[in-house]
Design a protein around this ligand. Structure first.
Ligand SMILES: [Zn+2]
Ligand SMILES: [Zn+2]
Length: 574
């Protein structure tokens, strides 16, 4: 039977992606590159192109900019890369001539649906565009009505201009696609996603042709070493004697913050670090944090989002007031009733009212649309994935559903609600799990296919309740950063459980001795604090080569005076 089905293979195909948030970034080599969008179960390939530097409009495109293994451009007229430093697109047309681009596929595809994300060129208003596949007897037209850049990470098939009937309804395949501006008007094209029909039964050749095309994309990615977008992780000292988390991440052109420090008055310390222009090119030059992640509702992770009252127009100096925020991703569950949490919500609402999008990690995991995605493309071979944690949608009382031997007794803390995030650059991986403890770590291993990890932010500040064997045996960390005020009694009743705890050290030691900590406290003096390694900065360049720098020193934990005084050297470190 030649029963032809449109499978949920959908959204596959060809996505011409010009990163809107400067996410997709133009390859510095100037040639197009293919990347897979692992945002969903769909197999996606995409083509990025152009060489426009931020803040310019350039006519530097050539056909070779569009070349990829399974898609080439055969003609191109009056097309320019458009960039306003925030959004990127290909601008079609001039004020007096239409613009056209024709894409040629390596195989013929039965295209059932197409989504085009485009927006108006300022001043030219709505414009008709012509959409022609080789299977169509006449072109389809659609109208570009959006006046601002659409969200290219939105995988909803029904957003943007949607074309159907591209195969004339009879399964005719197309070998090419031409997009034109109909009138002599300009418009900005951001992304095209084609839905391809997959045949079953004896007509399965189409399906295999499709999948082989996309697996070849994948192999291109892994062979693409030397052209990764760089990523830098900054574990920031928070300026006081308290333990807390704050990591500022520069990923391609994206500025990302995970948690915001331990007390309200940390905000100014964090902002001074983040805004410091002396770290060339590595600060929030446009005042925008593209992504902000709040892992869980504890004070030591969210206080700095609210900050303290100041004389600014916003009236507060917290992260959510100080920066323009693109997307906020936070914890789906909490039982927290503290003022700090209430104030966090107030600050988050302020950011949303200023235009930030807000999603829970569960909405992202479910690819909830409108920008809620499991995977965000941050640059060339550079992604941020929201991992699944059982406690996104279960309470501690339901822990037995995770493992029948788990009991809810003694397990009522917020920590296991933490959002977990995996960054990937080429074949390097970096894991952030907030204050996840044993159960959340177990969940992470159970529900996600975790790779080995090149940089692991020690869960829960190096607590004895975290960095369990269940997690470590899978991720086998090569470098561990502990965000804590080492050795003081804030969260410990005995000195071996001060951060980082002897038990966690013992479990980490077989995998690496490269453990670094931000701040040093004193067991008997709850106000003492001094830099340990200080701000820990770990960078991975375009070839994924790592560079570690610290504001105080790069002494490994095992060689520190504190360790020698208060910890027993594990055999693996002897
Ligand atoms: Zn914490
Ligand atoms: Zn916590």
């Amino acid at each position: 039977m030649n029963k032809r089905e449109t499978k949920k293979f959908s959204e596959a195909a060809l996505a011409l992606a010009l990163g809107l948030f400067a996410l997709v970034v133009f390859s510095l080599s100037g040639s197009g590159s293919v990347w897979a969008d692992a945002a969903s179960a769909h197999t996606c390939a995409a083509l990025t192109f152009g060489t426009a530097p931020s803040g310019t409009t350039t006519s530097g495109l050539s056909s070779s900019d569009f070349s990829a293994e399974n898609i080439t451009v055969s003609s191109l007229t009056n097309s320019h890369v458009y960039s306003n430093a925030i959004n990127y697109a290909v601008k079609f047309g001039t004020g007096s001539e239409l613009g056209t681009v024709t894409f040629v596929f390596d195989k013929t595809y039965a295209i059932t649906k197409a989504k085009v994300l485009a927006y108006q060129y300022s001043g030219d208003g709505a414009v008709s565009l012509s959409f022609q596949t080789s299977a169509l007897s006449s072109a389809l037209t659609g109208t570009v009505t959006a006046t601002s850049a659409p969200d290219i990470s939105n995988s909803s098939t029904d957003s943007g201009i949607v074309f159907t009937g591209l195969d004339n309804g009879n399964g005719t395949s197309s070998a090419s696609l031409t997009v034109s501006s109909v009138a002599n008007k300009r418009f900005n094209l951001c992304k095209i996603v084609l839905t391809i029909a997959v045949s079953s039964g004896s007509s399965s050749s189409q399906a295999s042709a499709s999948s082989s095309a996309f697996s070849s994309s994948s192999s291109l990615i892994s062979s693409n070493s030397g052209s990764n977008s760089p990523i830098t992780f900054n574990f920031i000292e928070q300026g006081d004697q308290y333990t807390g988390d704050c990591a500022y991440i520069k990923a391609g052109d994206n500025d990302i913050l995970i948690d915001a420090g331990n007390r309200y008055n940390c905000a100014s310390t964090l902002e001074s670090f983040i805004d410091d222009p002396s770290r060339s090119g590595d600060y929030v030059s446009d005042g925008k944090l593209e992504y902000v992640i709040a892992t869980h509702a504890h004070q030591d992770h969210i206080a700095g989002f609210y900050g303290v009252a100041d004389s600014s127009a916003a009236g507060h100096n917290g992260i959510f007031y100080h920066y323009n925020v693109g997307t906020i991703i936070d914890f789906p569950k909490t039982a927290e009733k503290s003022d700090v949490y209430t104030n966090y919500q107030t600050a988050r609402t302020y950011a949303v009212n200023q235009g930030a999008k807000h999603f829970t990690a569960l909405q992202c995991w479910n690819n909830g649309g409108n920008g809620a995605s499991r995977t965000y493309q941050l640059g060339n071979n550079l992604t941020m994935q929201i991992l699944y944690n059982y406690f996104y949608d279960h309470t501690p009382d339901e822990a037995s559903g995770l493992n029948s031997s788990f009991s809810s007794s003694g397990f009522s803390d917020e920590n296991d609600y933490s959002v977990s995030v995996l960054f990937t650059q080429g074949n390097k991986h970096f894991l952030f799990g907030g204050d996840s403890e044993a159960y959340a770590e177990y969940s992470l291993v159970k529900y996600n296919s975790l790779p080995t990890i090149d940089l692991y932010k020690a869960d829960h500040h190096g607590s004895y309740t975290a960095s369990t064997d269940a997690l470590l045996s899978v991720i086998q960390p090569k470098l561990v950063c502990v965000s804590a005020c080492v050795g003081n009694s804030e969260y410990a009743s005995d000195i071996t459980h001060s951060f980082p705890a002897q038990e966690a050290i013992n479990r980490i030691a077989p995998y690496t001795n490269r453990v670094y900590c931000t701040t040093l406290g004193t067991w008997g003096d709850t106000t003492a604090h001094t830099p340990m390694n200080g701000n820990i900065i770990v960078s991975y360049d375009a070839s994924s080569n790592e560079t570690l720098t610290c504001s105080n020193n790069t002494t490994k934990l095992k060689d520190s005076a504190w360790f020698k005084a208060y910890r027993i050297t594990p055999s693996a470190w002897a």
